[in-house]
Design a protein around this ligand. Structure first.
Ligand code: UDP
Length: 500
């Protein structure tokens, strides 16, 4: 069906790789289906996403005379919140920056309303897809008569869990939270979900310890509920019970359009520094390895480890006997943590490949040599593993990661839990997990045993379903079409979203 004017969608992502990357892929997906998309962001973030946007536009250009719908980047200044010039993305935070710096980014998100309003006045789109972190955006969009869709980049499962947690404020436990952290009586049940979901209290955000963060989430949640609906980077077949729960029990509208990585034109997902030689060297190293023999170890874009944790991780990788690709955040000095013999092990060159800084994650996950992924359970990473058919060792730290671990290990059964117990933001201290435990989990995941075979088979099965979901006629393909039709019908009927 040919529409006279393409649907116009504005995307407003938060300033962090885990939020920006899927938004670029999503804009490319809508654009390939005939929408005109704009991504509103700041100069440094625009530079980060531009290569991926250019690649998407090149491949979406259909070679006809008609102007092809494209993804545009609308660049606005980064709000002045006292951050050093050029610091516009959470990725640039280092352990030397205090916790206040996180809040400066949240503050900057609040100040983006003014440039957003200017954009809306000049180019009123048919819909706004904005990050949950922009709690002002449903009302600001409504002032222009435009519906706002939420995008957070989380699983539907994690969304259902955090909703339950926020609404029950938080759920009751039966014992004093200051008791022994190993006391199982401190397990918290999230009521009303399709499965019995229990977490340790120490794995959940404690509103008393983080009142500002709790208030921020409450405010975002209230704004999300005032929105037109939510777009998810997930697919129906992955978490059908939770899609049903979100839609029916929570009464929210949802479209699942992923895994967006499967439509990505930017598989290397390079950051601001383009290190093509790292990609080439790493892939060549993997080429020499047997199928399914290598474990990939990476914890996303902010998680930092204490020297003692790095030491145990290095010991665990050594003890596991498996070959590994390990991404270590740049800036750590090996002399602080390298266990005895590890330098020699690395000097051999055949056991491990260390990447300092940005890794070509999706290329690594899709390499035939990959046999397992040790992950912090950031949703992009988890879904990229599912898409590639790779089973996981789960090592969550904070945000939605403990929820995602439950989904991966207990519901989907494609992972082995390392047993992390402490919710702690990237820069906080954690209980150190021993090398023997780490090696044991890698062995369970990658060794030939009934458990390992079942995990790996389930991961392969899910990747087949993920691919089908994105193909023409698949569930995610259809959700993209349904959402576009619905937005187009609103335009034709002249329906406007009214400010509350
Ligand atoms: N990523 C990457 N190379 C790296 C680190 C991360 O390509 O060295 C990508 C990864 O593929 C994923 C995103 O960055 O798409 C990280 O998002 P995730 O939700 O997994 O974790 P976060 O960093 O938000 O905690």
């Amino acid at each position: 069906r040919q529409h006279p004017l393409p649907l116009h969608i504005l995307f407003l992502p938060f300033f962090a790789p885990g939020h920006l990357i899927p938004v670029v892929d999503m804009a490319a997906i809508f654009s390939a289906r005939g929408a005109r998309c704009a991504i509103l962001t700041t100069p440094v973030n625009a530079d980060i996403i531009r290569p991926a946007v250019d690649r998407a536009n090149d491949s979406n250009c259909h070679g006809t005379d008609a102007p092809s719908p494209a993804v545009d980047i609308s660049v606005v200044p980064f709000p002045d919140v006292g951050l050093p010039p050029g610091m516009e993305n959470l990725m640039s935070l280092t352990p030397a920056h205090g916790a206040d710096y996180n809040f400066k980014f949240i503050q900057a998100a609040q100040l983006l309303r003014e440039p957003f309003d200017r954009f809306m006045t000049a180019n009123r789109p048919d819909a706004v897809v904005s990050d949950s972190f922009f709690s002002w955006s449903p009302d600001a969009a409504a002032e222009h008569g435009v519906p706002r869709l939420v995008f957070l980049g989380s699983s539907v499962f994690a969304r259902c869990c955090s909703e339950t947690m926020l609404r029950t404020n938080p759920p009751e436990t039966t014992t004093n939270p200051d008791d022994d952290p190993d006391d199982d009586a401190r397990l918290v049940s999230l009521p009303g979900l399709p499965h019995r979901v229990q977490l340790r209290q120490s794995q959940m955000m404690d509103p008393r310890k983080r009142p500002a963060m709790w208030a921020f989430h409450k405010e975002n949640d209230a704004a999300d509920q005032r929105s037109f609906g939510e777009v998810f980077n997930s697919f129906h077949e992955l978490e059908p019970d939770y899609v049903e729960h979100f839609r029916t029990t929570l009464g929210r509208r949802a479209w699942l359009v992923g895994p967006v990585v499967l439509a990505s034109k930017d598989m290397a997902k390079r950051g601001s520094t383009d290190k093509a030689h790292v990609t080439d060297d790493c892939l060549r190293w993997l080429d020499a390895k047997p199928a399914g023999s290598v474990v990939y170890v990476s914890f996303g874009t902010f998680t930092s480890f204490l020297p003692a944790e790095l030491r145990e991780l290095a010991r665990g990788l050594d003890l596991s006997g498996k070959d590994f690709v390990w991404v270590i955040s740049s800036g750590t000095d090996g002399s602080e943590w390298m266990p005895e013999g590890f330098a020699e092990l690395m000097a051999r060159g055949d056991r491990g490949f260390i990447i300092r800084g940005w890794a070509p994650q999706t290329l690594i996950l899709n390499h035939p040599a990959l046999g397992g992924f040790m992950t912090h359970c950031g949703w992009n990473s988890a879904l990229e593993a599912v898409s590639a058919g790779v089973a996981m060792v789960t090592w969550p730290r904070y945000a939605d990661q403990f929820y995602n671990e439950k989904l991966i290990v207990e519901v989907l059964r494609v992972g082995v839990s390392i047993g992390a117990k402490d919710y702690a933001s990237p820069r906080e201290t954690h209980a150190v997990i021993g090398g023997e435990v780490i090696a044991g989990c890698i062995g369970r995941l990658m060794g030939s045993s009934e458990e390992g075979d079942a995990l790996r088979k389930k991961a392969k099965d899910l990747s087949v379903k993920a691919r089908s979901a994105m193909e023409k006629g698949g569930s995610s393909y259809d959700d993209v079409g349904r959402l576009m039709d619905e937005l187009m019908a609103r335009r034709s009927s002249g329906e406007v979203t009214r400010a509350a």
